[in-house]
Ligand binder design. Structure first.
Ligand code: PAF
Length: 293
């Protein structure tokens, strides 16, 4: 019995749920007043180990951690994708209770957007390439919601997964443009044991598609080994052909870019850090991944 109590005390923390901006802000004002550093992990829910790694990094660097769960309608350019997006708040809440997360913020759409958000951000070429090319308006929606959440939470640090590589680059730019004093902390991609990058969308894959999806990361890892024997163009073509050889998968794009300005890399000799970004359809489910070269 005593062991059981110790287990629960050690593994389950006291996390409070807020659904309104006013209540959350009142609580955070008190925390800030006593000099606490606030960490923030914005999410759209359907949490997995990848999200928990962000929460754990945040709790190791900050005194108080806020996780938000909000499926942001303004970043979906496909209504079906928005409707299909998994929503499992009770399960998410239970998962977060096993971490040292202090506050869960799960607002309604009206709470986040009391009025329509008409802001248009200018990120230059950063949101025109890769995801931006195929999901017009997506990053403007991400910037709308993240800037809104930042103004509610006013964190010292915000934690983002590198799986959404372009999102992280754009949000760093947004923070600079808005002159915010928030540190964006990049967190490494978390993968399943077979290599598939963790994503909330993985739960939507049927077993057949899930099995095929492993080819994405497998091909990217193999690509890393081929940079000494293939040109950038040859490697790009090889990645696309290899993945498309599986009839259940279809590559939407694979690009190798400078990891700062996201401009295409033409030769391995270019003196920039390079990242290969990919989007693949597994049936109706769109998966993304990336790898550094
Ligand atoms: O990466 C995500 O889950 C979302 O784009 C984010 C940052 C929570 C904004 O809705």
């Amino acid at each position: 019995m005593v062991e059981l109590f110790i287990y629960f005390a050690a593994n389950f923390f006291d996390m409070k749920l807020f659904t309104t901006v006013a209540e959350l802000q009142q609580q955070l004002k008190q925390e800030r007043g006593t000099g606490k550093r606030i960490g923030f992990v914005p999410t759209m829910g359907a949490l997995h180990e990848g999200h928990l790694s962000l929460v754990n990094k945040a709790t190791s660097q900050c005194d108080v951690v806020v996780v938000s769960i909000f499926v942001n309608p303004t970043q979906f350019n496909d209504l079906q994708d928005l409707e299909r997006y998994p929503r499992v708040l009770d399960k998410d809440q239970a998962l977060l209770e096993t971490t040292a997360c202090s506050y869960l913020f799960a607002p309604s759409v009206k709470e986040v957007y009391p009025e329509e958000d008409k802001r248009v951000f200018d990120f230059g070429q950063l949101d025109k390439v890769l995801e931006g090319k195929f999901r017009p308006g997506h990053f403007n929606g991400v910037a709308q919601v993240v800037s809104r959440l930042f103004s509610i939470v006013e964190p010292d640090k915000a934690f983002f997964g590198q799986k959404d590589f372009q999102q992280m680059v754009i949000l760093k730019q947004m923070v600079r443009q808005l002159g915010l004093k928030i540190e964006i902390v990049p967190c490494p991609i978390v993968r399943q044991s077979d290599g598939l990058a963790l994503s909330s969308r993985n739960s939507l894959l049927s077993p057949e598609y899930r099995k095929s999806a492993v080819l994405i990361s497998k091909t990217l890892f193999e690509a890393q080994k081929r940079i000494t024997t293939m040109s950038v163009e040859q490697l790009k073509a090889w990645v696309v052909e290899t993945i498309n050889a599986d009839p259940l998968l279809e590559v939407e794009y694979f690009e190798i870019v400078d990891d700062v300005n996201l401009m295409p890399v033409l030769s391995w000799s270019e003196n920039v850090s390079k990242v290969g970004c990919i989007a693949v359809y597994a049936g109706k489910i769109r998966l993304i991944d990336n790898i550094s070269f």
